[in-house]
Design a protein around this ligand. Structure first.
Ligand code: NAP
Length: 274
């Protein structure tokens, strides 16, 4: 059964996602199973993670109806080079054990090879063929997004970017907002680095929640869907419970002051991610 993308992505997307990199094999299956059991419905993988098969086992074993899950995978750079986008998608679907993907993203723009416009067009054709509900991108900067819109007449549904309070990505988020592109955040906890920050600690102490919950609430309250990874069932549940944490405008402002600017983010233009 395939579902068409009639709903705007903002209403179809669960408010928080479960990351799967760098988990593989049985560890990835176990983590996704416990995550789904805890209540996650957005599962994030990528062809290059080498875990789509392990994620697929968990999706099948979870017992949760397919239409209640939102599964994202990402096209690897090698497939942008070969140009066989539909073939790559069909292989991802096969590994995941799915007939239709919810979100298919270009993993990195890879401007050096200059294929992302043609890749986006090919992904739209996959959507028109019913193989995928939404087409998105990851790690795109404002000028990459504007070029997609100028040359194809369509903006991607989502741009998944590196983002945490210390790398707040204001310029990219402004471009996303301007073009109607929904923002998702990867490494939303800064891979744990931002959790020891004194500002985060003071807010968590005052509210009576954990540092990770403060950081995830900062994403959520700004309308961003964080894709957080934990292989630990207790921390998976803790992160999910950040949906119930309420920050004040002053808290958000204090967390915003941690931003180190764009230079602290991965250098997208130089990225060689195949
Ligand atoms: N689009 C892209 O290019 C891209 C790039 C990188 C990542 N991603 C996606 O984004 C996901 C998340 O990013 P990430 O994995 O780099 O980093 P992250 O989610 O910011 O951080 C993960 C780390 O934080 C720890 N952690 C999680 N919850 C915690 C909690 N409540 N308290 C303390 N520590 C906690 C985890 O350890 P434990 O497992 O021990 O809890 C793990 O070491 C990835 O898994 C992947 O799916 C996408």
């Amino acid at each position: 059964m395939t579902t068409s993308a009639t709903a705007p992505v903002a209403t179809a997307l669960p408010p928080i996602g479960l990351g799967t990199w760098p988990l593989v094999g049985a560890e990835a299956t176990k983590s996704v199973l416990s995550g789904i059991e805890a209540g996650y419905r957005l599962i994030d993988t990528a062809a290059i993670y080498g875990n789509e098969d392990a994620v697929g086992v968990a999706l099948a074993q979870s017992g949760v109806p397919r239409e209640d899950l939102f599964v994202t995978t990402k096209l690897r750079g090698n497939d942008q080079v070969s140009g066989d986008i539909r073939g790559a998608l069909e292989q991802s679907l096969q590994r995941l054990g799915l007939e239709q993907l919810d979100m298919f993203m270009i993993h990195w723009p890879l401007p050096r090879i200059d294929r992302y416009v043609a890749t986006f067009e090919a992904m739209r054709a996959c959507r028109d063929a019913g193989l995928v509900r939404y087409v998105g991108v990851s790690n795109f900067l404002g000028h990459h997004l504007r070029r997609l819109v100028d040359e194809t007449g369509e903006a991607p549904a989502v741009n998944q970017i590196q983002m945490d309070p210390s790398i707040a990505r204001i310029p990219v988020r402004s471009a996303n907002d301007e073009l109607g592109v929904f923002t998702q955040s990867w490494s939303p906890l800064g891979r744990g680095d931002v959790l020891d920050d004194a500002v985060v600690g003071a807010i968590s102490h005052r509210i009576g929640c954990t540092a990770a919950q403060v950081v995830l609430a900062w994403h959520i309250e700004q309308g961003v869907v964080p894709v957080a990874r934990s292989a630990n069932p207790a921390r998976q549940a803790e992160n999910l419970a950040s949906l119930d944490v309420r920050l004040t405008a002053e808290d958000i402002e204090a967390l915003n002051s941690l931003d180190r600017g764009e230079s602290a983010a991965r250098d997208v233009e130089a990225e060689e991610h195949f």
